[in-house]
Design a binder for this molecule. Structure first.
Ligand code: ADP
Length: 459
């Protein structure tokens, strides 16, 4: 059966051709045209009508229309394909589309990296061996929704993932099919932060509970059998005083740590002289130094400017000098040096300061900002030193090197954690060098606010 539109066009062609032929015949009869002109005109009208008739029939034939439709559709889909692929690839979340046969139809860049996929079109079960996720995908391929699924991987590194699987009803070749969209979220940093918070609370309560338990024990003893023992009472009261001091130090350090953490993302912008601040710290700690009969050896430049917060810079130097006093034997020498305006390489690649079997560890580094110059403070002691194994953990909260005695005033294990946070806030660096049996050198460096001249494009 022919198409109605084609029929109408053919009829119109015939009408025009017959009308033109009639005009030609009339003109021939009236003698206006010669016979040869009439024949030529008729042939022209016939040829034009035939060409028009043929072209209309081909253009409007049903087969032609059927094959034209999907082609037009594919063209439009093809045009948006690169755009949607590029958008998916820009998404930082791993996203996958799973076909009805359980194969990966599409995986964005993040998904390919996350699941280490070599190619798309593999079976999802071959790349993700998580029964709970695969079950949710199977449900989605039947058009059923599922709750988000969480799973953990222990190797090569421990990670925690949340998988969201949604059913998608997709039209393919005019038929609707169920596919599954799988979105993965790496929850490892969140879990780790949660665990750290829980560990921190457990550690803080444990640290506070120890002196508290000791205090309540002494109170009980003083109320009981030591009630009338004057000598024991004085001794116990002194221990109780030490324990309350320890609790106060812990609370002060915890508060200091939380204050530093709160403004860690806001770098300070004052210019301070670390030469002056260092001398003030040494003056402040002079009684502690002389109590341990320690000798002070300094090499402080007359001016050592750096960008920073005065109180926090004081706190950093005080912590390092106090540690050097606490962890060194009496009669030893404590060196403190302040050097301004150094390139980062000169600070970080300085030759060893100690003889013997040296271990070095960087505990904080500045964000890469080429050309920044630094003012560095080094505190060197002749203490017992720290073993290579302990160095990386030094700035962890509550970490104390086992078996190390710091005198009657036992440390809190928070001092170096505070130093590290302050240094991070200042976009500075923090490193330690130690040789067990010989001593340690703690170095901190603050940006001096100056740039290396060689890096100035105009120079
Ligand atoms: P603390 O209050 O215990 O001194 P810190 O965070 O300042 O806490 O130090 C953590 C641990 O690092 C200390 O307990 C000590 O074991 C070790 N330490 C720090 N400074 C020195 C040093 N100069 N020499 C040897 N060990 C040190």
């Amino acid at each position: 059966m022919s198409n109605p539109a084609a029929r109408i066009r053919r009829r119109d062609t015939a009408v025009v051709a017959i009308a033109s032929a009639s005009v030609l015949i009339v003109l021939t009869i009236t003698g206006s045209l010669s016979l040869s002109e009439t024949i030529l005109g008729s042939l022209t009208i016939f040829a034009l009508a035939s060409i028009y008739h043929l072209s209309v029939s081909i253009a409007l034939s049903p087969e032609k229309k059927q094959s034209a439709r999907p082609q037009a559709k594919t063209t439009r889909a093809d045009a948006t394909e690169p755009l949607s692929r590029a958008m998916l690839d820009q998404l930082p979340l791993p996203v996958l589309l799973i076909g009805a046969d359980g194969r990966i139809e599409r995986a964005n860049t993040a998904a390919r990296a996350f699941l280490v996929l070599e190619s798309e079109r593999g079976l999802l079960s071959a790349s993700l061996r998580q029964p709970s996720v695969l079950e949710a995908v199977e449900r989605a391929l039947k058009g059923k929704a599922s709750e988000p699924v969480e799973y953990s991987v222990l190797a090569p590194v421990e990670s925690h993932v949340r998988a969201l699987v949604s059913p998608l009803n997709v039209e393919i070749d005019g038929k609707f099919n169920w596919q599954a969209m799988l979105v993965l979220t790496d929850e490892t940093p969140l879990k780790r932060a949660g665990r750290m918070r829980a560990d921190f609370l457990a550690n803080a309560s444990h640290e506070l509970r120890t002196p508290l338990a000791s205090l309540s024990g002494f109170i009980e003893t003083l109320q009981g059998h030591a009630k009338n023992d004057e000598e024991a009472r004085d001794r116990f009261l002194m221990i109780m005083q030490d324990q309350t001091d320890r609790m106060r130090r812990l609370i002060d350090d915890l508060l200091a740590l939380s204050r530093v953490e709160m403004d860690e993302h806001v770098p300070p912008d004052d210019i301070e002289d670390l030469a002056i601040i260092s001398r003030e710290v040494l003056e402040f700690l002079r009684p502690q130094l002389s109590r341990r009969q320690m000798t002070l050896d300094t090499n402080i430049q007359s001016e050592a400017l750096a960008v920073g917060d005065r109180d926090q810079m004081f706190e950093v130097i005080q912590n390092l000098v106090e540690n050097a006093i606490k962890y060194s034997p009496p009669d030893s020498v404590l060196h403190l040096s302040v050097e301004a305006d150094l390139e980062r390489q000169a600070v970080e690649r300085a030759p060893n300061f100690l003889p013997g079997d040296i271990s070095k560890m960087t505990l904080a580094v500045p964000d890469e900002e080429s050309g920044t110059r630094y003012t560095v403070i080094r505190v060197r002691d002749q203490g017992k030193g720290i073993s290579r194994r302990d160095l990386p953990r030094l700035s962890e909260r509550f970490y104390r090197v086992g078996g190390q005695k710091s005198g009657p005033k036992e440390g809190t294990g928070l001092g170096l954690a505070i130093v590290k946070h302050i240094i991070n806030r200042h976009r500075g660096g923090f490193a330690v060098e130690s040789a067990p049996g010989t001593g340690s050198v703690f170095s901190v460096y603050f940006p001096s606010g100056k740039q290396s001249e060689g890096l100035n494009p105009g120079a």
